[in-house]
Design a protein around this ligand. Structure first.
Ligand SMILES: C[S@@+](CC[C@H](N)C(=O)[O-])C[C@H]1O[C@@H](n2cnc3c(N)ncnc32)[C@H](O)[C@@H]1O
Length: 226
């Protein structure tokens, strides 16, 4: 049987390598933070967010217990404030929406009004060829609403800039599912500076080829005359 949790990790690993930067937008008990910390290794960096202090404590314990490299920064703040804490682009981001498993405050769950700006900010900060993964839990009301909202939003993304997919078990409607958003690295509109530079390089190359062929023609003509 397909294990969707394992499958989502494959998408992350296809884009993430040692030394990269990754962000866990919903730290919870740190399962994903540990995974990201190991994936980027000691030379990489992981930022992780959660609203609840108890999530930070639990995550820190799990990171230490797992012997994860000390490459993490745990931030007690809502993920929609990501720009206040991270200025650099990152290669992979994970949202695992919902509430803290085993937590004391069941009411603290991710919500549409903060999930959307957080996801938008994450897509802005994502590096070219980076990946964002969002796991949705439709078994509760807020989770169902988040999934519907994100589906609408991701469907509007420019297809030349992003590839947005959804993975869902269709005969188990309340089972968790996930979105994968990959940022393309070859979209000319997102790199106007690079496109101009490439155009100038092409012009220079064409001029050099022209000059060389003129010189060859002159040489050939000079040869014919002698
Ligand atoms: C399903 S849990 C995450 C599970 C986690 N990734 C793991 O591996 O254990 C969702 C977490 O999101 C947190 N959360 C809820 N609203 C948030 C927000 N606005 N910003 C950051 N974290 C939030 C909750 O406190 C909860 O710990």
């Amino acid at each position: 049987m397909i294990d969707l949790l394992e499958l989502q990790k494959q998408f992350i690993l296809a884009h993430l390598k040692e030394g990269d930067i990754a962000v866990d937008f919903t730290m919870g008990n740190g399962g994903d933070t540990v995974f990201l910390s190991n994936a980027v290794g000691a030379s990489g960096k992981v930022y992780a967010f959660d609203l609840q202090e108890e999530a930070l404590v639990s995550t820190k314990n799990n990171l230490v217990a797992a012997g994860a490299p000390k490459n993490y920064t745990l931030i007690c703040a809502s993920h929609h404030r990501v720009r206040e804490f991270i200025a650099e682009p990152f290669q992979a981001g994970m949202f695992n929406l919902g509430y803290l498993p085993g937590g004391s405050k069941k009411g603290v769950t991710t919500k549409c009004e903060t999930t959307l700006p957080a996801v938008q900010a994450a897509l802005d900060l994502l590096s070219p060829d980076g990946v964002l993964l969002v796991a949705v839990y439709p078994g509760h009301k807020e989770g169902e609403a988040e999934g519907a909202m994100l589906f609408e939003y991701f469907a509007t993304l420019n297809r030349y800039a992003f590839c947005a997919s959804k993975f869902r078990i269709i005969n188990s409607p309340s089972a968790p599912y996930f979105f994968v958003i990959e940022k393309r690295d070859d979209h000319p509109v997102r790199h106007p500076g690079k496109a101009k530079k490439n155009a100038r390089r092409a012009e220079r190359l064409a001029a050099a080829i022209n000059e060389a062929s003129e010189a060859l023609k002159e040489q050939a003509q000079a040869g014919e005359q002698t």
